[in-house]
Write a protein that binds this ligand. Structure first.
Ligand SMILES: Cc1cc2nc3c(=O)[nH]c(=O)nc-3n(C[C@H](O)[C@H](O)[C@H](O)COP(=O)(O)O)c2cc1C
Length: 185
C-alpha cells in the first residue's frame, strides 16, 4: 500500500473482531511512530497498552466515574453501564499520555507533536490490517480512570486509542475540496 492510499483509506473503526492484538506488534508500531517532528525533542509522551483483565478493570473505573458524575439516581446505573461498555468492548486500548509542560508554548507544541505520533501509529496500524479509533470521551479526564491506569499529576491522556482487527469499516466522510481551503498569495 502506498502512503497516500494508507492516508486516504484509514478509517476510524468502532467494530472489531475478538482476535487479540499482539503486544509485540504494538511495540513495533510505536517504535516507528515516535519518529515524528518534535520541537526541542522534548519527547513528552508515554503509552499504556491495556487488554484482557486489565481492560475490564479500567472499564470498571470508567463505570465508577460515570456513576459518580451522574446526579440523577435513576440514571446512574445506565450511565455507568454505557461507560463500562465503551471501554470493555474493543479488544485493546492504547492510551497516549503527554507530560504537560508548565510553559504554555511548549505544551502546545508538545500536543502537536504527540498528535503526529498518534496519527503515525494509526496509519502504521492500518498498514498491518489493524483498525483504530482515537477517542477523547470525558472518561479519560476522570480521576477514577486516571488512577486506574497510573496516570500522574502533570500528565494528560491525549487519546484513548481503541485497537483491533476491524469487523466493519465505515464509509469515508467527505473532506472539503482543495479549492475551498487553499489560497495562493
Ligand atoms: C483528537 C480526536 C478525537 C476524537 N474523538 C472522538 C470521539 O470521542 N468520538 C468519536 O466518535 N470520534 C472521535 N474521533 C474520530 C473522528 O470522529 C473521525 O476521525 C472522523 O469522523 C473522520 O473519520 P475517519 O477517521 O474514519 O476518517 C476523534 C478524532 C480525533 C483526531
Amino acid at each position: 500500500m502506498s502512503l497516500s492510499t494508507i492516508i486516504k483509506e484509514r478509517r476510524t473503526v468502532k467494530r472489531y473482531k475478538d482476535t487479540p492484538v499482539s503486544v509485540e506488534l504494538i511495540q513495533d508500531l510505536l517504535e516507528t511512530a515516535v519518529w515524528a517532528p518534535n520541537h526541542k525533542m522534548t519527547q513528552p509522551w508515554r503509552f499504556i497498552f491495556v487488554q484482557g483483565d486489565s481492560l475490564i478493570s479500567l472499564a470498571e473505573a470508567a463505570r465508577a466515574a460515570a456513576m459518580a458524575k451522574e446526579k440523577d439516581p435513576a440514571k446512574k446505573e445506565a450511565a455507568g453501564q454505557r461507560e463500562f461498555n465503551k471501554i470493555s468492548t474493543p479488544p485493546s486500548i492504547l492510551l497516549a499520555v503527554m507530560k504537560e509542560d508548565p510553559n504554555p508554548v511548549t505544551r502546545e507544541e508538545d500536543f502537536a507533536a504527540i498528535s503526529c505520533v498518534i496519527h503515525n501509529f494509526t496509519l502504521l496500524a492500518w498498514e498491518q490490517g489493524l483498525g483504530t479509533f482515537w477517542a477523547t470521551y470525558a472518561t479519560i479526564f476522570a480521576k477514577q480512570f486516571r488512577e486506574a491506569c497510573g496516570v500522574q499529576l502533570g500528565e494528560k491522556i491525549v487519546g484513548s486509542i481503541h485497537v483491533g482487527y476491524p469487523d466493519m469499516i465505515p464509509n469515508p466522510r467527505e473532506r472539503k475540496s482543495i479549492e475551498e481551503i487553499f489560497t495562493i498569495l
